[in-house]
Design a protein around this ligand. Structure first.
Ligand SMILES: Cc1cc2nc3c(=O)[nH]c(=O)nc-3n(C[C@H](O)[C@H](O)[C@H](O)COP(=O)(O)OP(=O)(O)OC[C@H]3O[C@@H](n4cnc5c(N)ncnc54)[C@H](O)[C@@H]3O)c2cc1C
Length: 430
């Protein structure tokens, strides 16, 4: 609410991922808000190859004033193939009416650099690993960092990802576990695979019996010369989690080519050829962890969880960066909205929770429903062939049924909340 005044609000953001950075951008624009990001890394270095930016993400990037700096490969067509023989099964075409909202695959570093560029000077503090968080009755939140620094904040934003210390502190009974899905990701020069038929002509999913191979370009050809363009490969292998005995880490550990290739020996020769061209030492391995839905994303009237910390699903919809940034933007609307009506900070957190909790609940329900559909198809047809199971899987991708995710315009969501509030005369308008 422009022009609103309220006492200085000291905000501690834990984590400098897309959620933390976008919170800092959005909240720094508010009067009387003092923002600090505490990030455990010694430098903000993004790992994990490329990232999908669709309509929902472009919309929130625009609101944050960041969209222009983010450019990558426009995905006109996405092909789903039988990964074992390469047979095309389904083609998805870009449906965005306006070119600027088309789906793009971009280097993660591009998104991160664009966000960092908009964070005001001096806001990010590196080498600050949060180790504990305590509720100070009547007086903020006490944060302790590994290096011994202690601070008191009026509001803590937990943007510290899937293994969130903030979440663990406010909801100690919540736990995440390995899902059985292992993901390996890499970006390599496009020139290394140019001669492999149909490898660079479109984004493709090559579905196998226990996972898939995904390939995509990540650069805008009008900006990056052909010989400098990069190519992304992301491969998934899924096994029953209980069969995995080795210790798993969630984020970006190195993996050998042998380890990766050993899971794809039955795939189409083009897939195996592409994997064999990856220079040794570049693969990064990610173990997918997830945990149950949190009933609330807020605690103590002064802690709020955003992004992966708030809904531990490890990239289930390929849009987690957008969700994290939407959380940030909504929070930055709710705070001045309530404080300008002399409501306490807790009311802003309630508003945030009332908008974002049901949204995440819907995601959990969708995943349960999908899992049930796949299971039912197997139960109803115990002799189900690989081709039949592929058919069920491929039909579940994208489309109208998920427009509440991929076509979500967060500004409209906020405007609808304000309209409803006016109609029903809720608290902040008293
Ligand atoms: C394999 C894979 C593929 C994905 N693909 C996509 C995609 O295509 N598109 C998309 O939108 N999303 C994708 N996602 C999801 C996306 O990466 C996440 O949803 C997004 O990064 C979440 O942002 P965040 O800011 O909540 O958390 P993170 O990006 O995890 O950032 C958390 C930050 O907190 C810091 N931190 C952690 N603990 C502490 C602590 N104790 N103290 C201080 N700092 C701490 C970390 O160092 C990190 O910088 C994918 C995820 C995975 C695993």
């Amino acid at each position: 609410m422009p022009g609103a005044t309220f006492p200085i609000l000291r905000v501690a953001i834990v984590g400098g991922g897309p959620g933390g950075l976008s919170s800092a951008i959005a909240l720094s624009k508010l009067p009387n808000v003092e923002v600090t990001i505490y990030e455990k890394a010694k430098e903000l270095q993004e790992i994990g190859a490329g990232i999908q930016i669709g309509y929902n993400c472009w919309k929130v990037l625009e609101l944050l004033g960041v969209g222009r700096g983010v450019r990558g490969h426009v995905q006109e067509t996405i092909i789903h193939r039988n990964g074992l023989n390469g047979k095309p099964l389904r083609e998805q075409k870009s449906t965005a009416a306006e070119p600027r909202y088309r789906g793009q695959r971009v280097r993660r570093t591009r998104l991160q650099a664009a966000l960092i560029a908009k964070v005001p000077e001096g806001v990010i503090k590196l080498r600050k690993r949060l180790i504990s968080l305590t509720n100070v009755e009547g007086g903020g939140v006490h944060l302790v960092f590994e290096d011994g620094e202690e601070v008191i904040a009026d509001l803590v934003i937990g943007g510290d990802g899937i293994r969130s210390v903030v979440r663990e502190s406010v909801f100690p009974d919540h736990a995440i576990q390995f899902t059985g899905r292992t993901i390996w990701r890499v970006i390599i020069p496009k020139s290394l695979i140019l001669d492999i038929p149909e490898m660079t002509s479109s984004t493709a999913w090559w579905h196998g019996t226990a996972g898939h191979f995904y390939n995509c370009l990540v650069d805008d050809p009008s900006e990056i010369p052909e010989d400098e363009q990069m190519f992304e490969i992301a491969v998934h292998n899924v096994v029953p989690a209980a069969t995995v005995k080795e210790k798993r880490f969630s984020w970006g550990i190195p993996a050998t080519n042998e380890r990766v290739e050993s899971h794809f020996t039955e795939y189409d020769p083009r897939v195996r050829d592409a994997l064999s061209r990856v220079p040794q030492g570049l693969w990064k391995e990610f173990s997918s962890f997830s945990g149950p839905r949190l009933k609330k994303l807020i605690a103590w009237d002064k802690v709020v969880l955003i992004g992966d910390a708030s809904h531990p699903l490890t990239g289930a919809f390929g849009s987690g960066a957008a969700f994290a940034m939407q959380d940030s933007w909504i929070l930055a609307q709710a705070i001045p909205h309530t404080l300008s009506f002399s409501q306490p900070l807790a009311s802003a957190l309630d508003i945030f929770d009332s908008i974002r909790s049901p949204y995440y609940q819907r995601m959990y329900e969708h995943l349960d429903h999908q899992g049930k559909k796949i299971q039912d198809a197997k139960t109803n047809n115990p002799q189900q062939t690989f081709e039949e199971s592929l058919d069920v899987k491929v039909k579940s991708f994208g489309g109208e049924a998920l427009s509440w995710i991929y076509q979500n315009d967060i500004q409209e969501v906020w405007e609808e909340f304000v309209r409803n509030e006016k109609e029903h005369g809720k608290q902040s308008l008293k």
